[in-house]
Write a protein that binds this ligand. Structure first.
Ligand code: ATP
Ligand code: ZN
Ligand code: MG
Length: 291
């Protein structure tokens, strides 16, 4: 464990940070811990790039539900003559970006979306499982500690029948709560909702809560600031319907266990102090999952 302060360093824009070596050493321990929890069940790893096809988030319903959070990838597709008009602005500080156009990619908003799209057309006789990690982007309105625009999300994902996904989600919620409590974090499990945008917000949030589709594991990450450091989600057959895959003949159900990597590290720094090299051995062992 490298010596020194782990606190993230501001990168010059709200919600974007740089991470010193002691912070990253804790990230490495967390990945080991999650791997240890997941080892028995077995989750093939799938590497996820930080961009996804725009068509994917449109089909998944993300654009409709969370237009305020989505980051689109724009680029200049004009001619050299058109750029000649704009080029001076790039030097003098003007609207050099006035001809940028949205392309066929957007920034990854959550690590699990590409997994569901990848199941398109499949008939799942057995549940599928994947372990993923993504660099996610969300255009958050505020930038208190732990509310980043660029952050890492590790997810364990499954697809299959409704009964499988519900049982899987309940069991992972307990497993992860136990793991986090083993690190001496004060964990509250709460039914939660997502920040749907616009006039339908309350209706969608009430429906989501009534069906208990989302559980959050909430922990203090700074003085007076409690945040979800992980969430356990059940999507019913939403992704099976939109991407066209089935579990035992019916539209496929899905569930995911998501870990907010930076937030878990912040919670640990808040609980055990800013220098991980000075944390008790028992905390390190608990994170890594050797008990
Ligand atoms: P919140 O309610 O705090 O906005 P969320 O419901 O949007 O969180 P999810 O969509 O469930 O979060 O994302 C999975 C996990 O990713 C969260 O439990 C959290 O730990 C982490 N996460 C979500 N948004 C951010 C963010 N803006 N910065 C850092 N981590 C985040
Ligand atoms: Zn997910
Ligand atoms: Mg959010």
């Amino acid at each position: 464990m490298p010596d020194g302060e782990a606190a993230p360093i501001p990168a010059g824009a709200p919600g974007v940070q740089l991470y010193p070596a002691p912070f990253e050493a804790v990230v490495t321990l967390l990945r080991q811990g999650i791997d240890a929890l997941a080892a028995e069940e077995g989750f093939p790893r799938l590497a996820i790039p930080p961009v996804v096809p725009r068509a994917l988030v449109e089909r998944a319903g993300y654009v409709k539900a969370f237009p305020q959070l989505l980051g689109t990838v724009h680029s200049f597709a004009g001619t050299p003559a058109e750029w000649k008009e704009l080029a001076p602005h790039a030097v003098e500080g003007g609207a050099w970006d006035s001809a940028q156009r949205a392309g066929d990619l957007v920034l990854l908003p959550a690590a699990c979306y590409p997994v569901y799209a990848g199941l398109a057309g499949r008939e799942l006789a057995q549940p599928e499982r994947f372990a993923v990690e993504g660099q996610c982007f969300r255009q958050e309105a505020t930038s208190e500690p732990g509310r980043l625009r660029s952050f890492r999300m590790v997810e364990l994902v499954t697809a299959g029948t409704e009964a499988h996904c519900l049982g899987w989600r309940a069991s992972w919620l307990e497993t992860v709560a136990g793991w986090l409590r083993g690190m001496s974090l004060k964990v509250e499990i709460e039914v939660a909702d997502d920040p749907f945008f616009g006039p339908t917000r309350r209706l969608f949030q009430a429906a989501q809560r009534a069906q208990e589709l989302k559980y959050e594991l909430k922990v203090p990450v700074a003085d007076g600031l409690v945040q979800a450091i992980a969430s356990a989600n059940f999507h019913k057959d939403h992704f099976g319907e939109v991407f066209g895959f089935t579990g035992e003949g019916a539209p496929g159900n899905t569930a995911c266990m998501a870990f907010g990597i930076e937030r878990i590290v912040l919670a640990l720094l808040h609980a055990h102090g800013g220098r991980p090299a000075e944390w008790p051995r028992s905390v390190i062992d608990a994170i890594r999952g050797d008990n």
